[in-house]
Write a protein that binds this ligand. Structure first.
Ligand code: MD3
Ligand code: FE
Length: 216
């Protein structure tokens, strides 16, 4: 079709099916990038990024913070969701409207039209930072999908199966990409390879990842 009003057209986003229940929406967050970055600034003013310790006693290479009714935290005693930030003793920043709108829109696009996240974990990767293969199973209900948003430097994402030893596929996740993981994919193993050196035009030497969850 002839497009007389090109500037008014929404940005094109390609959709890739990764597995049963898992969809990758390329560039889906590009239109709200400015709002997302302003919201992240507000969230980190209340609860700054910090590198947490694992029960095994290692300090994670990824720095994290949260917003919403609860936040994912880890320490020497284990992983859990907490309504207060243990670093500040105060509640997390509330879920920004721009976050909620993007998560609900992406989940609907992927076929999960009833999803309303109650928390968002924000991961910050600097070159060298990585997340080893794991499952997300600290949430109360695995019936909810997880929506993930990538910003800044590109990363190699590993997507495996329900068993740790299942074969792993690799995907490049770039600035603005959104993925939705639900149904039979919800408990698949996944990880992020060490971030490569680089500089993103908007974010510099950094990758940010938002994961929206129904944790409570
Ligand atoms: C597949 N974050 O915070 S997001 C995490 O890029 C986490 O920072 C990664 O894994 C990151 O727990 C990956 C993509 C993702 C998130 C949850 C999933 C993929 C998933 C849950 C099930 C299957
Ligand atoms: Fe995860």
């Amino acid at each position: 079709m002839t497009d007389l009003f090109g500037a008014e057209e929404p940005r094109q986003t390609a959709r890739e099916k990764l597995a049963e229940g898992a969809v990758l929406l390329r560039g889906f967050a590009l239109d709200c990038e400015v709002d997302l970055l302003a919201a992240i600034q507000a969230i980190t003013t209340v609860s700054p990024f910090r590198r947490m310790a694992t029960p095994g006693g290692h300090v994670m290479s990824v720095a994290m913070t949260n917003c919403g009714q609860a936040g994912w935290v880890t320490d020497r005693t284990g992983y859990h969701y907490d309504a207060t930030d243990p670093e500040t003793g105060k509640p997390w920043h509330p879920m920004p409207e721009s976050f909620m709108a993007l998560a609900v829109f992406a989940a609907t696009e992927a076929g999960y039209c009833r999803f309303r996240p109650d928390t968002c974990l924000i991961n910050r990767y600097e070159p060298g930072a990585k997340l080893s293969l794991h499952q997300d199973r600290n949430e109360r209900e695995f019936a909810h999908p997880i929506v993930s948003v990538s910003l800044g430097l590109p990363a190699t994402f590993q997507f495996g199966g329900l068993r740790r030893a299942d074969p792993i596929r690799k995907y490049a996740l770039r600035h603005g990409d959104v993925a939705v993981w639900g149904g039979p994919s919800r408990l698949c193993h996944h990880g992020v390879l060490a971030l490569k050196e680089g500089a993103h035009p908007k974010l510099g030497r950094m990758r940010l990842n938002l994961t929206f969850r129904g944790a409570l």
